[in-house]
Design a protein around this ligand. Sequence first.
Ligand SMILES: *[C@@H]1O[C@H](CO)[C@@H](O)[C@H](O)[C@H]1NC(C)=O
Ligand SMILES: *[C@@H]1O[C@H](CO)[C@@H](O)[C@H](O)[C@H]1NC(C)=O
Length: 340
Amino acid sequence: MLTLPPFLLLLLSIPIILFLTPQLLLPKTLTAITTTSDLDELDDLNLFQRATTLSSPDLTSPVSTHKIAFLFLTNSNLTFSPLWDLFFSSHAPLLSVYVHADPSSPFLLPPSPSFRLRLIPSKPTARAHPSLISAARRLLAFALLDDPRNAFFAILSQHCIPLRPFPSLHRALFSPSPSQSFIEILPPKPSLWPRYIARGATAMLPEIPFSRFRVGSQFFALTRRHASLVVRDRVLWPKFRLPCLPSSKHSCYPEEHYFPTLLSMMDPKGCTGYTLTRVNWTFIVDGHPHLYSPEEISPELVRKLRKSDSGHEFMFARKFSPGCLKPLMEIAKSVILKED
Ligand SMILES: *[C@@H]1O[C@H](CO)[C@@H](O)[C@H](O)[C@H]1NC(C)=O
Ligand SMILES: *[C@@H]1O[C@H](CO)[C@@H](O)[C@H](O)[C@H]1NC(C)=O
């Protein structure tokens, strides 16, 4: 901070002064600024800073009243909102819903959902690009700040559907003690090398040696402690936000590496190592998993998708094409959201 010329420091401070509450002005905010050179990130840093310093968990209320924050990261309408509406209905006190809708894509609010949905300030996102990580961090920070009772934070997309009723999910998340984050962290593999060097051979060093580099799904459910850890991170993020080299564009999936690497480095014991979101990678088309079509939807499919080798059944699944809404709604009450 002391090495910055005064005029630059002043310039950097202006947006902060405009946005910040006075008690936060010094000195933490300035420390954060010096770790990035990207002015465009200032409002994010401001949000993350506030989430880090102002949000505090509700430690007094019983676990049975803790909330799940559903964080939708979308670049289109929420096609399956009628199904989510059924899933959420009558559980309002136990949930919050936040949506990061890519401003460069059309987005229409679902017609009068029973749940209260918060649209958060969003920026454009692109697949296989650090903007997806930024969007997820923005959702986490917003949800941390918004409600001290938000205790779990589940990232979803417009292609995700629930596979079990809400009470099953709540029990699965809150019954283990101490609670762990449900995030896939796959064992290290030599085949990750091209992804590790996608930004240059030494770009990740010294913070992240190859032996600590991990891969996993970007669809996870984090504890409040881990959500806060992600939002606070100033060490790994500058590495993962670097653009990939043009020659590495087929090895560039920062969103599949950032979260598993960070959490496995910071708190491996606090993570289950598996995700609750089922995805079908049997045949990969252009890096995409199987996209279910309406003809494939059946009670048997839902039961099959729930099955898991981990300690828990899968609670969510992706990806479903918009046409699946109708057949899914037909089996919503009798199968998907039925308590057994
Ligand atoms: C979003 O929904 C509106 C209204 O139903 C529709 O006109 C529009 O095409 C949809 N956009 C996308 C990207 O599906
Ligand atoms: C996974 O996708 C393949 C097509 O890529 C399909 O044949 C198979 O039935 C799917 N598996 C499940 C469990 O849905």
